[in-house]
Design a protein around this ligand. Structure first.
Ligand SMILES: Cc1ncc(COP(=O)(O)O)c(C=O)c1O
Length: 360
């Protein structure tokens, strides 16, 4: 619709600014130097080694590049492979809504049943009693997304501690989608599943270079899990993708050597978030806290009581700004009258969009 109505597109989660020219030159270099054939199934050793260095740098944890790290064709393939590896006919998987649209279909394709629990407003927090009550002897996997798309919320160290108790008590596997790991704005920082000693033993963490290096079209990510879980994950990865394109892996390996390339991201996106919030200050939209991701949620209750899908449609057609209605992230289509705006856009795009939004 954004294209059809020539609206400013703050809907999908992708940047509208260029990626690093150094990274492009590295890809060019490796393509011209004959790195154009199949990569090894788990990923090129150079990249897995650099991912291991990055994890040591950011989490102060050691991971074996050969046994615990697998390069995948984007986090999408990583989550799909993880769910397919561990979910079998009749298994139940707990998913917290609002949830990214990949999880439930992947569970269903594996013959499993998604069990949707809703995070509680205003902070999108887990209802711990409800979680405990929803676990049955069929529950196999707990799926988390931290920071959460679309909520913009994060899990704290205390949340991970509580999750670990539940995961251990019920002998579950936990899959943590952490594609927005570097877009966390509070002082506590990103709490990775991998930094928690018990969860690390029972979990798969999934990451995306597309998100981290503004190159969503490249579809390269990685999964980190203990050896036994990695072996199972790779059995699926082998027949879904086999391997991921070689020159981009080689380029990413070089690019990762400079930690500033990922450590500068939180500051970079915090500035964008604050610019967008500042520009929207006098609008009739009411922002919710955004502690992570590059999505800003806005309530529109003081403007209209239209259902959120109609509101987003009307705004795209009449006011020229496209957003995403958050009810689409709920299995029950729960409508809290909240829209999601992506602020991974140039200052110019954000300024023009805010001008239009402020007139509504
Ligand atoms: C929460 C979440 N997980 C996974 C993905 C997909 O990541 P990739 O492009 O690396 O497949 C996205 C993309 O929007 C996302 O928001």
């Amino acid at each position: 619709m954004a294209a059809e109505y020539r609206a400013i597109n703050l809907s999908q989660g992708y940047p509208d600014f260029p990626i690093s020219s150094e990274l492009i030159s590295l890809v060019d270099h490796y393509m011209r130097n004959n790195h154009n054939q199949y990569a090894p199934m788990p990923g090129v050793p150079e990249l897995r080694h650099q991912i291991s260095n990055k994890l040591e740098h950011t989490l102060d944890q050691n991971f074996d590049p050969d046994r615990e790290i697998t390069v995948v064709a984007g986090a999408t393939e990583g989550v799909y492979a993880a769910l397919t590896a561990f979910v079998h006919q009749g298994d139940e998987v707990i998913i917290f809504d609002p949830a990214y649209d990949l999880y439930a279909p992947s569970v269903i394709l594996s013959g499993g049943t998604p069990v949707h629990l809703e995070l509680e407003l205003p902070n999108f927090s887990i209802n711990w009693q409800e979680l405990e009550a929803s676990i049955t002897d069929r529950t196999r996997v707990l799926m988390i997304n931290n920071p959460n798309n679309p909520a913009g919320s994060i899990l704290t160290a205390e949340d991970l501690r509580k999750l670990s108790e539940i995961v251990i008590k019920n002998d579950l596997i936990i899959i943590s989608d952490e594609v927005y790991e570097h877009m966390v704005y509070g002082s506590e920082g990103h709490q990775s599943l991998l930094s928690h000693p018990q969860l690390r033993q029972r979990g798969i963490a999934v990451f995306s270079f597309g998100k981290t290096f503004h190159a969503t079209g490249w579809k390269v990510g990685y999964c980190v899990a203990p050896e036994a879980l990695t072996n199972e994950l790779r059995r699926v990865h082998q027949f879904v993708a086999f391997s991921v394109n070689t020159p981009i892996q080689m380029a990413l390996a070089d690019f990762l050597k400079e930690p500033d390339h990922y450590q500068s991201l939180a500051g970079f996106f915090k500035e964008k978030r604050d610019l967008f919030l500042g520009l929207m200050k006098d609008s009739r939209f009411e922002p919710l806290p955004c502690e992570g991701t590059y999505f800003q949620l806005m309530k529109y209750g003081s403007i209209s009581d239209l259902p959120d899908q109609e509101m987003a449609t009307w705004m795209t057609k009449q006011h020229g700004v496209a957003s995403i209605p958050t009810s689409v992230f709920y299995q029950r289509k729960t409508d809290n009258k909240i829209l999601r705006f992506c602020f991974a856009k140039s200052s110019d795009t954000l300024t023009k969009a805010a001008e239009k939004l402020c007139r509504i």
